[in-house]
Design a protein around this ligand. Sequence first.
Ligand code: ADP
Length: 540
Amino acid sequence: MSTASASLSIVTGRVLVVDDEPHMGTICAQTLRLDAHSVETTTDPLAALELLQRSHFDVLLTDISMPEMSGLELAHRAHLHQPALGVVMMTGYASYENMAAALRQGVADFLPKPFEMAQLRLTITRALQRQRLIHENVRLQSLVDLLEASQQFSASLDPTRISSAIVRAIQRVSGMNCVHVNLVEAGTLVDSGVAHDGVCMLADARIGVAEANGSGGERQAPNVIRFPLNAADEHVGEVVLATDHVAVQTRVLTAVVQMLANHGAVALHNARLYTARAELDHQKSEFITIASHELRTPLSIILGYSSMLRDKLVGQQSEYSDYVDQVVRAGLRINDIIDDLINVRHLDVGEAVTKFTEVSLQEVIDAAVEELRPLAAARGVRLDVRHQRRSLILRADREKLMMVFANLTANGIRFTRRGGSVTIVSGLQKPSHGGNLVVAVRDTGIGIPTHELRRIFDRFYQVAEARTREHGGVGLGLAIARGFVELHQGSIDVESEPGRGSLFVVTLPSYLLLPGATQAGVTDAAPGNSVTPRGGSDGR
Ligand code: ADP
């Protein structure tokens, strides 16, 4: 057996046999059932059309000449309902004109009567095989359409636009008159108002909505098909197709429409997530504004009176001095947190104001580090600063740069064990590396697991290990630091190894350097040069 005939033999399908001679229908049906086809027969072409309206067939096997209606007329009307239907014509005489007319009606093959049963089996199998190839072709074309449609769906975050794109795409592939999208809102399906209505039929699609809501009443629309819009376990709606002629229910088409619906559902789901997130961001932003404002007033009273008390107690050997000191420190900490919240909000809404002046890189780093010496001393961490160039003057926002370096240094101290060290190195990259300004903050501390490195710059993110809790903080420092560096068109990179330490490198673009700042001199601070997180020997 040839490969072709072997593959032909496995094709089975639904066949409708129409012949006004009842014995002919019976013989054909029994023969075709031998090949496991599902077969229905009728002697009446009008009954055949009704069957075709009600259910799907792959092949119509019909006599060409019948008293009620010719086989050609039947083929023509059948194709109105099922365009993809294959037709095999049984002919008593096969004139050239007949054959030409039949081909125009999309007839796939002829069986000149009388025919052998083997010939019938082969012809039907061939017709089914042809159908399958056509379907495959349609499927491939549909995949191309699907890709295009999918791109259109995800080009928008507006549910109405996405629904319109879904309707257009499904209308195009199904060719159906009426396509309608209903969306789930607050747990109930509602009419999205997005539809393509040809001759019909919004009414039918609306029935679809009413039925789905359990208020459909008496009317049933006979040709309404629903495709659920489901994504990530969420039912976001449904697509309703309605038509006044039989639904085009080929398996391929149904699958393609469902695929389009699935892609559309994902886009709708994402749009919802986006809207929910935008709403949340808005609320958060409002909260931060109100809370920070409301906290500032009582806080300034606490800080004002406690500072006054502290001043009064200076020089007195009072046990209360220490308590008052603690209150002032706690108040200042709350103040820092409020500042962080406000800074993050300004960065978020693009309202961070920058004040660019001439800044000495060395001076700003020294100032940040000086403030942290008491913390380093208290925690037993050595603090070293090395400036490879002493005269680097740049245009920058001094306050913001100082916060960046202070934050990185403070983190280095907080996450390093007693006896360890934090080293800050500033300098210029080699011209071949871009000649940018580089500040590296290296510690010999606990390090950060690789999978956390990407997330530590996210707002409110802290590495999820109990040991970091004791360090305090609310997870905003690095988010703000990165935001401030980006306001200077720079970047922050991090390398780390748990148990061995971390290296944070701030790179600021060379064009911030003011004329006169020499490009000579090269730092080893840039990643890829000699500074690595493992460099320190102390503390371990
Ligand atoms: P926080 O104020 O909580 O320190 P940050 O945004 O400054 O917030 O840092 C986020 C998280 O990144 C920290 O909670 C810590 O888990 C981790 N981290 C930051 N810097 C270091 C460092 N030098 N060594 C180890 N972990 C660090």
